[in-house]
Ligand binder design. Structure first.
Ligand code: GTP
Length: 340
């Protein structure tokens, strides 16, 4: 996961570490020169004690990095982040915060300066994420049935993600039904049926060509009548550029009044995923994001940029093709994955 990005961040960290050590040695040389001049003026018998003082200085040496020291590395880092599909605005924010965390700070070079840079980096990354959203607290507190609508483009893992969430809900003691709002393709009906069979969940569906809003509406009514906690509404994958389909999703929202609208995209789509998130958010005011396929993502850009760009939290990440392969998103965990 995020292998390319990790490599680039490691390069930055080593360069700043080298710079810190280089500065420490330069300061040591300067100090030693001053000591030598002093020595010339002093008595022969004081030489030994001066040697002692210099030694003390070396062990306690502190380094201050200034803008010129880190500027070239920060520029390189910004480019690396952009190449890893981190959005421009987000890359700039990370680099600015990193600069303010590093410049003028006292770094004790004998302590692990790499650890120091990592800490500065960690803070800069955490800063780009909006506050977290606890999905299961939301489920616990909200009146039932809770209607959750999943939107996104084709093939990103939306349907699989719905099945994963249904299983995760079951593990926490909540019941759910799957509603097939993708009435365009007969294949989509079969696909959701198959997931329903695999995880032993009821699927509410209409014939191909039916009204997706009506299917989800029926699923809510069914859940009210049968004390089901959560309706998980699938929708047809659609390109954000398809005006008719985007109008249809607005209609589904209007008619079924979802309690939560979740935008699903694949982390591997990088900056495309960020662009699509913006479009879907504009169309239906997304509440939260799920990023699938982070197990296959080497760049990490979408995961870093998406929630900052639309100011909505990531709630889960997909980590594989199995039903258990889903993880609640947590900023500390995520940043740890990148900086480990
Ligand atoms: N590696 C990996 N694969 C995933 C993950 N989530 C889903 N997939 C795979 O992605 C492929 C597409 O998943 P679907 O659930 O069919 O995607 P969809 O968005 O519902 O597709 P449409 O119904 O065509 O819009 C399947 O092969 C899934 O197994 C994940 O987190 N990691």
């Amino acid at each position: 996961m995020f292998d390319n990005l990790k490599k680039k961040i490691n390069i930055f960290e080593s360069k700043v570490k080298e710079k810190t050590q280089e500065k420490a040695s330069e300061e040591k040389e300067d100090k030693e020169k001053t000591q030598e001049q002093k020595q010339e003026q002093e008595q022969e018998q004081e030489r030994a004690s001066l040697g002692q003082k210099a030694k003390k200085f070396v062990t306690e040496r502190k380094v201050f990095l200034d803008e010129d020291d880190v500027e070239p590395y920060l520029e390189e880092l910004k480019l690396s982040l952009l190449k890893s599909d981190v959005a421009l605005e987000v890359s700039e924010k990370i680099v600015e915060k990193l600069e303010s965390n590093l410049v003028g700070e006292e770094i004790k070079w004998r302590e692990n300066s790499e650890k120091y840079v990592k800490k500065a980096f960690k803070e800069a990354l955490i800063d780009v994420f909006p506050s977290e959203f606890n999905f299961f607290d939301f489920i616990e507190e909200k009146d039932k049935p809770i209607n959750i609508l999943f939107v996104g483009t084709n093939g990103v893992g939306k349907t699989t993600t719905i099945a994963k969430i249904s299983k995760a809900l079951e593990e926490k003691g909540y019941s759910s039904v799957l509603a097939n709002g993708d009435t365009f393709r007969a294949g989509a009906i079969q696909q959701l049926d198959k997931h329903g069979e695999n995880i032993d969940k009821k699927v509410i569906k209409h014939e191909k060509g039916g009204d997706p809003a009506a299917v989800i509406y029926d699923a809510v009514e069914y859940s009210e009548a049968n004390n089901v906690d959560v309706v998980l509404g699938d929708t047809a994958g659609r390109m954000h550029t398809d005006v008719n389909l985007m109008d249809q999703i607005k209609k589904i929202k209007r008619v079924t009044k979802p309690d939560l609208i979740v935008f699903v995209d694949e982390a591997v789509a990088g900056s495309d995923a960020v662009e699509r998130a913006k479009e879907f958010d504009e169309a239906v005011d997304v509440d939260a994001v799920i990023l699938s396929k982070i197990d296959a993502d080497v760049k990490g850009g979408a995961a870093i940029s998406i929630s900052h760009t639309i100011e909505k939290p990531i709630i889960f990440v997909g980590t594989g093709q199995g039903y258990e392969d889903i993880k609640e998103f947590n900023t500390d965990w995520f940043v740890g994955q990148i900086l480990e």
